[in-house]
Ligand binder design. Structure first.
Ligand code: UD1
Ligand code: F6R
Length: 697
């Protein structure tokens, strides 16, 4: 997810080098959000010039680039008494991670206006065509460029316009979401910042005691152009004077002054989250959607995009923010893994967002559309991955086969390579990876490319090697996953693969009712995951009271739940270091039953599907040998509720469609592995011997 950082100093001497270091440090604090490129914009040597430096890759690469600049190119010692600068880490959405697409983005070759942006401008295509029709030339593939160009276009019509009025005129034209910072050589040392649906906050640093700890919001009776942009362009775009109507409420700006009423030194920090600001100041003000911050001559004003609504808060409080950095990034959670487990209602929703039309039962995977006819004609589908990603392939293999009638094989990347498995031109090879950088999966991808197969990626990290080198694919959009144990990526991969199956078979009339059933099921998944997360306390107790003393654990599943059993076992061993094994319930009697006694904990998946009677028979066999299983079943499942005294625990999850049940059943396992590790005092986010991204064979 992109990160925003801005820095303004007013009558505080700072060398250019110091300013750059503040920006780079700010960006480094935002690195945890995940990104693929970064950049900064600072004042050039001439007052009318802005210098932009940006690079693909880590902030370290940007730092190296800056360090390589010569003194005559970038004089680090030059002192600025007042200065405005902006910086950004980008997680590519519109436009691949190329230097030209990195932010800050300038409005024109002279960078009259420079912007950084988080979010998506949904009407950018219409804006782009309109601006192109007015002679503007776009050089990036981003939606953000239309914002920079809008600033310039409207300014050029009316150069006397105030910076915040100009910002309003631009915002009236934008649809979508944004966290936005803008600077301009026409308004030296000023910054405008605004947000809608993307977080943005501001830190204030001054040696003086603040006389007020709030900022009044300024309202103006402005009217948004009612013209629908693109069809009938608004007044501003056509050179309206941009002057907004009458001010209806006056207000005090936030200004630091000394006893004689003279302005005093102040620094402002703007950021998408507090982690990059709290090092400098704990005085933080959180902005609301549609606030427009204007920093000008040490003064901070907050304007509103629209006129005042009844009951609207007219002040923004400057708070003393006491949280420490580590605490902050994890929110109220103790570990990233726990945070990511609890993010799943949101991350699964994000995987489907904009791709499923639940009213018309339609799935659109933009990244696959053009390739669909070719993939449909494939002789086989090979799904290739490692670890948890491999399990998401196993979990969805049968629904892909059922809906497409194309044979699917699921391969562990390393084994696939060891076997030098044959691959043909009419095979479609699907590579599933959270990081998109796993060496074994990458090698397998190259192997398939060399053999002329169609390659499809299902990847979380935009701009990663697998995402770039596959012919086409789907980004799972789960957001950055930091905990070494993969949790939210699993459920999002699972959903992306189900959507893949639905898309591939969308032309089948005979499967329409099955499609509808699955889509109705998918729609409910986020809220059903929330319901399963309520089991946390019960699971924590189960881990503390029973499981943490054990040495080994078995997980029994069959059909769709075999993959859940394997994934649960992997989660438990990697995080809690307890030996655990996923067993196909049908295989119990072929050997594993020898292990069963009254002590060995056994987790069995007995959610309701066509294999339920067979699973129950396996559970009976365990109980007959004095085993006390932990049963994961659907709510109010009569057959199982009566078995209370014979089980160690019964964990109830909501019922969903058979092929989606694994999405809900895996959540208690993620929680068990988490709480087992915590009760054993293990550093959950950094388990021994493991790395988040395995880039070696
Ligand atoms: C894309 C945009 C998204 C925008 C949406 C609507 C990107 C990254 N996503 O999403 O911001 O809201 O259009 O217009 O720009 N790809 C691979 N291999 C992979 C994964 C993806 O080649 O492993 C390719 C796809 O084929 C596609 C591109 O990357 O060309 C983007 O994929 P994806 O983000 O899944 O596409 P959309 O959901 O359409
Ligand atoms: C387990 C885990 C690993 C990864 C595996 C593949 O929790 O995280 O098993 O799933 O290393 O990684 P990606 O998905 O990045 O290719």
């Amino acid at each position: 997810m992109c990160g925003i950082f801005g820095y303004v100093n007013y009558i505080v001497d700072k060398s250019r080098g110091e300013i750059i270091d503040i920006l780079l440090d700010g960006l480094q604090k935002l690195e945890y959000r995940g990104y693929d490129s970064s950049g900064i914009a600072i004042k050039g040597d001439n007052p009318n010039e802005t210098t932009i430096i940006k690079r693909v890759g880590k902030v370290r690469v940007l730092k190296e680039e800056i360090a390589s600049r010569t003194h005559s190119d970038l004089d680090r010692s030059k002192i600025f008494n007042s200065h405005a600068a902006i910086a950004h880490t980008r997680w590519a959405t519109h436009g691949s991670p190329l230097t030209v697409n990195c932010h800050p983005i300038g409005s024109d070759p002279k960078n009259d206006f420079v912007v950084i942006h988080n979010g998506i401008i949904t009407n950018y295509k219409a804006l782009k065509s309109l601006l192109e029709s007015k002679g503007m030339v776009f050089v990036t593939e981003t939606d953000t460029e239309c914002i920079a160009k809008l600033f310039k276009h409207i300014y050029d019509q009316n150069p006397n316009i105030d910076f915040n009025q100009l910002t309003k005129q631009v915002l009236y034209e934008l649809e979508g979401s944004y966290g936005l910072l803008v600077m301009s050589s026409h308004y030296p040392n000023e910054v405008c910042a605004t947000r809608k649906g993307s977080p943005l906050l501001l830190g204030v640093k001054t040696d003086r005691k603040l006389t007020v700890d709030f900022v009044d919001v300024e309202y103006e009776d402005t009217k948004k152009s009612e013209n629908n942009f693109g069809l009938s362009p608004s007044a501003a775009l056509n050179g309206g004077n941009g002057h907004a109507g009458l001010r209806t409420t006056g207000s005090r700006a936030f200004l630091t002054e000394d006893q004689d009423g003279q302005p005093s030194p102040v620094e402002y920090f703007l950021a998408s989250d507090p982690s990059s600001v709290i090092k400098h100041t704990k005085k933080i003000l959180f902005l609301e959607d549609d606030d427009i911050v204007h920093i000008h001559d040490g003064e901070l004003k907050i304007h509103r995009l629209n006129s005042k609504q009844i009951g609207e808060e007219t002040k923004r409080q400057i708070q003393d923010f006491e949280m420490e950095l580590n605490e902050l990034m994890k929110g109220t959670y103790n570990h990233f893994m726990q945070k990511e487990i609890f993010e799943q209602p949101e991350s699964t929703f994000n995987t489907m967002r904009g791709r499923i039309d639940f009213d018309n039962y339609k799935v659109t995977l933009g990244g696959l559309e053009q390739w669909m006819p070719l993939i449909r004609r494939s002789r086989r589908i090979l799904m290739i991955a490692c670890g948890t990603s491999y399990h998401s392939c196993l979990a969805t293999r049968s629904i892909i086969e059922e809906l497409t009638e194309i044979p699917v094989s699921v391969e562990l990347a390393s084994d696939f390579l060891d076997r030098k498995s044959p691959v043909f031109r009419d095979d479609s090879c699907v590579f599933v990876s959270q990081s998109g950088e796993t060496a074994d999966s990458m090698l397998a991808l190259r192997y398939c490319i060399e053999r002329g197969a169609i390659t499809v990626g299902v990847v979380n990290s935009v701009g990663s090697s697998i995402s770039r080198q596959t012919n086409c694919g789907v980004h799972i959009n789960a957001g950055p996953e930091i905990g070494v144990a993969s949790t939210k990526a699993y459920t999002s991969q699972y959903i992306a693969l189900v959507m893949f199956a639905l898309s591939l078979s969308s032309d089948s009339i005979g499967r329409r009712s099955r499609h509808e059933e699955i889509l109705k099921g998918l729609q409910k998944i986020p809220e059903q995951i929330s319901a399963v997360l309520q089991l946390e306390e019960k699971i924590k107790k189960l881990c503390n009271d029973h499981l943490n003393k054990q040495k080994s654990l078995l997980l029994l599943g069959r059909g769709y739940q075999y993959a859940t059993a394997l994934e649960g076992a992997l989660k438990i061993k990697e995080i809690s270091y307890m030996h655990s094994e996923g067993v196909l319930a049908g295989e119990l009697k072929h050997g594993v039953l020898a292990l069963v006694d009254k002590d060995l904990p056994i987790i069995a998946f007995a959610t309701k599907d066509s294999l339920f009677p067979k699973t129950m028979s396996a559970i009976e066999q365990v109980i007959a040998r004095d085993g006390r299983p932990i049963i994961i079943c659907n709510e109010n499942e009569g057959t199982i509720s009566g078995m209370d005294s014979k089980t160690m625990a019964i964990l109830e999850v909501p019922l969903t469609v058979d092929c989606l049940q694994g999405l809900l059943n895996v959540i208690p396992l993620q929680l068990i592995s988490y709480w087992l590790a915590v009760s054993r005092g293990i550093d959950v986010d950094f388990p021994r011997n493991l790395a988040k991204s395995v880039t070696v064979e």
